[in-house]
Design a binder for this molecule. Structure first.
Ligand code: PLP
Ligand SMILES: N[C@@H](CCOP(=O)(O)O)C(=O)O
Length: 461
C-alpha cells in the first residue's frame, strides 16, 4: 500500500515514511491510494478474534513494509496496556450500545491509537538510527495520550501545545505532571485552533521540519486514523453477534478524526448506515451537513472542551473523497476558505454529504440533561462528549437499528460537569486520584508562532 497527499504534491510513499512524514510536505494530509475490501464472509470469520488479532487483520493490508510478526508484536504490546480484556468493550443500556474506548492509560479513546503510534515510532527510529521531535496540539486528550505513548522512549522528544485554562483540570494534570525529561508542555493563551494552526505552520516550514526532525501525533498522522478504524469493526462484530441487523454509529466530533475512521471502515465494506456526526455548540460541521454552510465562527467554551474546535483537520481527507480524489479541487477549497472564511458546495456534493452523514448539535444544557437522565434511568455515567453522541443517537437514529455510541472518555476526566449533571461526583479511578499534589511542569506563552519555534529550538534533544 502506498500513500498520497490530498493536495497532490508528493510521490506515493510507503507506510513507514507516511508515519514519519505526518503532515504531507505539500501541506496536505496523507491517504492510502485505495482501501482494502473486507467481504461479508471474512467479517463472519473474524467474530471470535481478540481485539489485537482483529487489529492485525485490519491494519496489515495497509502496511507493506513491516514484517507481519513485528507488526503483530507492536499491536500486542500496545493493547496489553489496556485495563479491560476486550480493550474496547461494548455495553448495552437503554436502547443504545456504548462502545467504551476509555480503558487505556489516560482514559480516553486517544490511547487506542497513540499507544500503537508510540510503539511504531520507536520501532522505525530504532531501525533507521534516527531521532524524532514530536510536535502536537491538543484540546485535552490527544496531548496526554501522546505523552503517555512516548514518555521515556529512546530517541523521542515531545512538545504538546494546549489552550491554557481551557482543558479540564484532570486533562491538564495528566499532561503537566509527567516529569520525564523528553516531555515538554506548552500552555497557549488562545484556543485549540490557535495551537493546531501553529503546529501546522511549523510542519509547513519544510526546512525547519527537516532540520529538527519533526513528527506528528495528531490525527494529521494517518496511523492515528488507521488504528481507530479497528474499533468500528470490533463493535460491529459485537452488536451483530446474535443476528444480522442494521448498525449505525454516533460519533461525538471535533477534529473529524474519529468519524473519518468510521468513514474508512465503511469504505472498506463494513455494513453501516449513515454516520451520525454529533457536535457541541462549535458546530461548523453540523451546519455543513444540514445546511451546506461551512463557514468559520468563533470557538465557544463548553462542558465538552475536547470538541471546542472550529477548523477540523481531517475534514480535508473527506473533501478529497467528496471531490473524487481531485487534489486541485482540495487546493481550491482551501484557497476559498483562506480568502472568504468559507467553502461553498454544489447541490450534488451536498447530496453525497447527506448520503454519508446525518448530524445534530447538542448544546450544553441538553448535554448535562442527558448525563443526568441516562444516569437516573440506567445507572450508567456518561462523560460530556459521549453524552453529546448519545443524545444525538436517541434523537436521530432509528430505534430498530443497533445504535452504537462511541464513548470517547471516562466521566471522571470531566468531574465538574458530571457532578453538575448528576448532583454527585463521578467515582475517581486510582490513576486520576494519584495526580493530586504531584509536581507539575509547563510553560505558558502567547499564541505567537515565533515564541513556540524558539522554545522548540531551545529544547530539542
Ligand atoms: C473525549 C473526546 N471526544 C470526542 C473528541 C472528538 O474526536 P475527533 O477530534 O476525532 O473528532 C475528542 C477530541 O478529539 C475527545 O477528546
Ligand atoms: N480533541 C482532540 C483534538 C486533537 O485531535 P486529534 O485527533 O487530531 O489529535 C484532543 O483531545 O486533543
Amino acid at each position: 500500500m502506498r500513500y498520497i497527499s490530498t493536495r497532490g504534491g508528493i510521490q506515493p510513499i510507503n507506510f513507514k515514511d507516511a508515519v514519519m512524514m505526518g503532515l504531507a510536505t505539500d501541506g496536505g494530509l496523507l491517504l492510502p491510494e485505495s482501501y482494502p475490501q473486507i467481504s461479508r464472509q471474512e467479517l463472519d470469520q473474524w467474530r471470535s478474534l481478540s481485539y489485537p488479532d482483529l487489529a492485525l487483520r485490519i491494519i496489515s493490508p495497509f502496511v507493506d513494509d513491516i514484517p507481519v510478526d513485528d507488526l503483530k508484536g507492536l499491536i500486542q504490546r500496545s493493547y496489553a496496556t489496556f485495563n479491560h480484556p476486550q480493550v474496547t468493550p461494548v455495553v448495552h443500556r437503554d436502547g443504545v450500545h456504548i462502545l467504551e474506548l476509555f480503558h487505556g492509560v489516560t482514559l480516553a479513546f486517544k490511547d487506542v491509537a497513540l499507544q500503537l503510534l508510540g510503539n511504531l515510532f520507536e520501532y522505525i527510529l530504532a531501525e533507521r538510527g534516527e531521532r524524532l521531535n514530536i510536535l502536537g496540539a491538543t484540546s485535552g486528550d490527544t496531548g496526554s495520550a501522546a505523552i503517555h505513548g512516548v514518555r521515556g522512549k529512546k530517541g523521542i522528544t515531545i512538545f504538546i501545545l494546549h489552550p491554557h485554562g481551557k482543558t479540564s483540570p484532570v486533562q491538564a494534570l495528566q499532561m503537566i505532571t509527567v516529569g520525564d525529561a523528553n516531555v515538554h508542555n506548552i500552555a497557549i493563551r488562545g484556543t485549540f485552533d490557535d495551537c493546531q494552526n501553529m503546529v501546522k505552520a511549523l510542519f509547513n516550514d519544510l526546512q525547519f521540519k527537516e532540520k529538527y526532525s519533526l513528527g506528528a501525533v495528531n490525527s494529521i498522522n494517518w496511523a492515528r486514523v488507521l488504528a481507530q478504524v479497528v474499533y468500528y469493526f470490533y463493535a460491529w462484530l459485537r452488536v451483530t453477534d446474535e443476528g444480522d441487523r442494521p448498525v449505525c454509529f454516533s460519533v461525538p466530533t471535533g477534529n473529524f478524526g474519529d468519524i473519518f475512521a468510521g468513514y474508512v471502515a465503511k469504505r472498506m465494506g463494513l455494513p453501516m448506515g449513515r454516520l451520525l456526526l454529533a457536535t457541541n455548540e462549535n458546530n461548523i460541521l453540523t451546519r455543513f451537513v444540514r445546511d451546506g454552510d461551512y463557514s468559520l465562527a468563533n470557538v465557544v467554551a463548553t462542558v465538552s472542551p475536547s470538541m471546542d474546535i472550529q477548523l477540523a483537520s481531517n475534514f480535508e481527507r473527506y473533501l478529497f473523497h467528496l471531490y473524487d480524489q481531485d487534489p486541485g479541487r482540495v487546493r481550491a477549497a482551501f484557497a476559498e476558505l483562506r480568502e472568504c472564511g468559507r467553502i461553498s458546495f454544489t447541490p450534488a456534493e451536498m447530496e453525497q454529504v447527506r448520503a454519508d452523514f446525518c448530524s445534530a448539535t447538542v448544546d450544553q444544557a441538553a448535554t448535562l440533561e442527558t448525563i443526568g437522565s441516562f444516569n437516573r434511568e440506567t445507572g450508567y455515567l456518561l462523560d460530556p462528549h459521549t453524552a453529546v453522541g448519545v443524545r444525538a443517537a436517541l434523537d436521530l437514529l432509528p430505534s430498530d437499528a443497533a445504535r452504537v455510541c462511541l464513548a470517547t472518555a471516562h466521566p471522571a476526566k470531566f468531574g465538574e460537569a458530571v457532578e453538575k449533571a448528576v448532583g454527585t461526583p463521578a467515582p475517581v479511578p486510582g490513576s486520576i486520584a494519584a495526580l493530586a499534589g504531584m509536581e507539575t511542569r509547563c510553560t505558558v506563552m502567547d499564541a505567537d508562532l515565533e515564541k513556540v519555534r524558539q522554545f522548540v529550538v531551545e529544547h530539542v534533544a
